[in-house]
Design a protein around this ligand. Structure first.
Ligand SMILES: Cc1cc2nc3c(=O)[nH]c(=O)nc-3n(C[C@H](O)[C@H](O)[C@H](O)COP(=O)(O)O)c2cc1C
Length: 186
C-alpha cells in the first residue's frame, strides 16, 4: 500500500498549534482536490475557505443555519466556535449539483468525496492535519447555507491546522472480509 494512504489520518482541532496557513498552501490543497474524477466531468466540488477574521463569519453562518433562537444556540456557538478558532483554516465543502442533472446525485456526492480525499492525502506534504466534520444541521438542503446557490448544498467542513498530536491507532476491519472473488486469475 502507498505510505501516503496508510498514513492518512484524522487530526482533531484540540491538537492544532494555532499556526497560520499560507494562502499558497491552501491553493495547492484546492488544486489537488480539483484533480478528482467526476462522471461527465461535472466537477461538482466547491469550497469556501475561512481564515483569520473570516472564521467569525463561519460561526455566524453556522448559527444562522442552526437557528439563533434555539435554546442551546450559545452551546453550539461555543462548541463549534472553539474548533473553528483552533484551526488554521476551515474549508466548507459544497456539492454543486449539475444544473442539467446529467448524472445522478450520488455520483456527484461520490465525486466530492474523491476531491476531499485528494485534499486529505495532500496534507502530509505540508505537515498539516485535519478532518472532515459533518454535523447533521450543517449538511442541510440545497440553497440552505447562507449565500449558497439554489443548486448547492453543504456537505460539511474540513478543519485544518498544523498540529502536535500523539499517534493514535486507526484500526480497520479485515479487507479480506470485504471482497468477494469471482473466478481465478494467475
Ligand atoms: C464523509 C465523512 C464525514 C465525517 N464526519 C465526521 C464527523 O462529523 N465527526 C467526526 O468526528 N469525524 C468525522 N469523519 C472522520 C471519521 O471519523 C474518520 O475518518 C474515521 O474515524 C477514521 O479515522 P481516520 O480518518 O483517522 O482514518 C468523517 C469522515 C468522512 C469521510
Amino acid at each position: 500500500m502507498l505510505p501516503l494512504i496508510a498514513e492518512r489520518k484524522s487530526v482533531f482541532p484540540q491538537f492544532f498549534t494555532g499556526r497560520l496557513i499560507d494562502r499558497q498552501v491552501l491553493e495547492e490543497l484546492v488544486a489537488a482536490a480539483n484533480q478528482a474524477p467526476s462522471h461527465r466531468k461535472t466537477e461538482p466540488w466547491r469550497f469556501r475557505i475561512y481564515q483569520g477574521a473570516g472564521k467569525q463569519r463561519l460561526v455566524d453562518e453556522l448559527l444562522a443555519v442552526y437557528g439563533r433562537d434555539q435554546p442551546d444556540a450559545d452551546k453550539i456557538a461555543k462548541k463549534f466556535g472553539g474548533k473553528i478558532d483552533s484551526s488554521g483554516a476551515v474549508v466548507l465543502i459544497f456539492l454543486h449539483r449539475d444544473p442539467q442533472e446529467s448524472v445522478p446525485e450520488w455520483e456527484e456526492i461520490a465525486a466530492v468525496g474523491a476531491a476531499v480525499e485528494n485534499l486529505w492525502l495532500s496534507l502530509s506534504a505540508y505537515d498539516l492535519g485535519g478532518y472532515w466534520s459533518s454535523p447533521g444541521f450543517v449538511c442541510g438542503d440545497y440553497g440552505e447555507w447562507p449565500g449558497a446557490a439554489k443548486n448547492e448544498r453543504c456537505l460539511g467542513m474540513f478543519y485544518l491546522g498544523y498540529y502536535e498530536a500523539p499517534e493514535l491507532p486507526r484500526p480497520r476491519g479485515d479487507w479480506r472480509e470485504k471482497v468477494e472473488w469471482i473466478g481465478k486469475g494467475s
